[in-house]
Design a protein around this ligand. Structure first.
Ligand code: ADP
Length: 505
């Protein structure tokens, strides 16, 4: 296994011993067999030198043990990369960004600390997966929904640390978290929001507490280790229905998008939806076939009281009827709770809060995502379509002409391009080049990625350059203040600690 950069073999073996004293010998992994499990199985560097290989992994069971591990890492200047369940596939998986990193694996910290049915909230440790919390809630017959992302084996904490999204009205995971506990690199344990009040009664109910609101700086960052996080859950609604809208003319796309965004921004449509071309299936979350002659189609999800969702669908039809030739089709219709037979037949279980792994069905060697944010407006979508159409053609990959805007987050669309990862060095190399150029072209046209694979974090951060990179400078000022030895995930999201910062042009 590689050594941490700049750390001598003797010191590293002392450090491993001390990690063992902190967490128990059996929870420090340093054999090749164990450590290779932490490599990114969807790595764009498959079988290449640059593929990051961890040096070891350490799995604490408590906050105190996390503090001990940080202490040892500070002493020896060993880089640590935190994972909760390590399922971040497509964005780096369970792997670090640089070889020689020690993985700080929190999957043993897997306690559901509280579920408050009355206030529709919970408090969990990092190792709690969506599947775990779902089972817990089902076993206790609690009438609350969680909001899983596509694959349900990841954790609420890990997904929210990277600002992931799901499908129900609670789909913006950062927006629906409430309160954190974070261990800083110096070992301080900080609770945000009302959690800073030792006798707090509303840690999971009121987000802001008193003074500056810090939670955001612990997401997509390398400033601390999150050891607890609260979430708002959704009371089980009475009903969920979907409706499909199709329009026949290509040129009505802008009006179509404007109406969709009006319905989203007024709260009539509350789940993730997606626009796709033609009457085809539209994939996950899409409609099951539309009108054959359709130019554009979207699938609208509604959640709430049965009477209300029916009225919202009627309202949506009224709005879309402005477009000549618009057609409508009723989709799924559920009253809750569901029977097991109904659950078995659901096309997209995450849209009704049921975590699962069907996302990986049929996938081959892997994938990574290029995921820029674009405006939620007709004109904005049309322009982005032209930009990416031209970009792909110029880069020798014509024909990826529509961008499938999706509404994971309020007020904007994210458009996700999937790049295959192959067991073919040459193809991966070409895809990486293409990816890097797309990041630049997107930025020149005003689109930035919401999240990216570790291999491209530097490229993405480079584009957020307003004020001669004043945002990155601010991040690095905070980094140096909180993590003077630069032990937590150096370089993650393009944020480097002073001792490893390279000269930048
Ligand atoms: P998932 O929930 O999908 O399994 P991971 O555990 O792979 O997510 O975490 C995704 C990324 O989020 C990690 O690579 C790390 O950068 C960050 N992260 C995960 N858990 C924590 C945590 N507890 N504290 C700080 N950062 C974290």
């Amino acid at each position: 296994m590689p050594l941490p950069p700049g750390v001598r073999a003797r010191d590293f073996s002392d450090a491993l011993k001390q990690f063992g004293e902190a967490v128990g010998k059996e929870w420090v992994f340093s054999s090749e067999e164990d450590v290779s499990l932490y490599r990114d199985s969807f790595s764009p560097f498959w079988h290449e030198e640059e593929d990051p290989v961890p040096a070891a992994a350490v799995a604490p069971h408590s906050v105190e043990q996390v503090q001990q591990v940080l202490k040892v890492a500070n002493q020896y200047k060993i880089p640590l990369w935190t994972i909760s369940t390590g399922r971040n596939l497509g964005y780096g998986g369970s792997a670090p960004n640089i070889s020689g990193t020690v993985m700080l694996d929190l999957k043993r910290m897997d306690r559901v600390l509280d579920v408050n049915e009355g206030n529709a909230s919970c408090l969990v440790e990092p190792g709690v997966s969506y599947l775990d919390l779902y089972k817990y809630i089902q076993a206790k017959k609690i009438k609350l929904w969680l909001d899983p992302p596509d694959p349900g084996w990841g954790s609420l904490v890990g997904n929210t640390c990277e600002r992931g999204g799901g499908y129900t009205p609670m789909r913006d995971h950062f927006e629906n978290h409430c309160g954190m506990e974070v261990v800083l690199p110096n070992g301080d344990v900080v609770r945000t929001g009302m959690g800073a009040l030792p006798a707090a009664k509303t840690w999971q109910q009121y987000k802001y507490g008193f003074g500056p609101y810090l939670d955001g700086i612990f997401t997509q960052s390398n400033f601390g280790v999150v050891t607890k996080m609260g979430f708002w859950l959704m009371p089980e609604p009475e009903a969920h229905i979907t409706g499909t809208v199709s329009i026949p003319k290509q040129e009505d796309l802008p009006r179509f998008i404007d109406i969709l965004s009006y319905l989203i921004n007024t709260g009539a449509v509350q789940g993730t939806t997606r626009v796709f071309g033609g009457g085809g299936g539209g994939g996950r979350g899409g409609a099951a076939g539309g009108a054959g002659s359709a130019a554009w189609t979207t699938n609208l999800p509604f959640y709430g009281a049965a009477k209300v969702v029916a009225a919202q669908w009627e309202h949506a039809k009224d709005k879309f009827s402005e477009i000549p030739g618009a057609t409508f089709r009723d989709g799924e219709s559920y009253r809750f709770p569901l029977s097991l037979e109904q659950i078995d037949k659901i096309r997209n279980p995450v849209s009704v809060g049921i975590p699962n792994l069907s996302f990986f069905g049929g996938r081959s060697e892997g994938h990574i995502f290029f995921a820029p944010i674009i405006p939620m407006s007709g004109e904005g979508v049309l322009e982005a379509t032209k930009v990416f159409d031209k970009a792909f053609a110029d880069l020798g990959r014509p024909g990826r002409s529509f961008i499938f805007p999706q509404s994971y987050f309020p007020r904007s669309f994210v458009t996700i391009f999937t790049f295959p990862i192959e067991h073919n060095v040459e193809n991966n190399r070409k895809n990486r080049e293409l990816y890097k150029r797309l990041v630049k072209i997107a930025a020149e046209n005003g689109y930035g990625e919401y999240r990216t694979h570790t291999a491209f974090m530097e490229d993405a951060m480079e584009t957020y350059s307003f004020g001669n990179h004043s945002l990155r400078r601010t991040h690095e000022t905070i980094k140096d203040a909180l993590d003077p030895n630069g032990i937590l995930a150096p370089g993650k999201n393009g944020i480097w600690p002073k001792r490893l910062r390279k000269a930048r042009a």
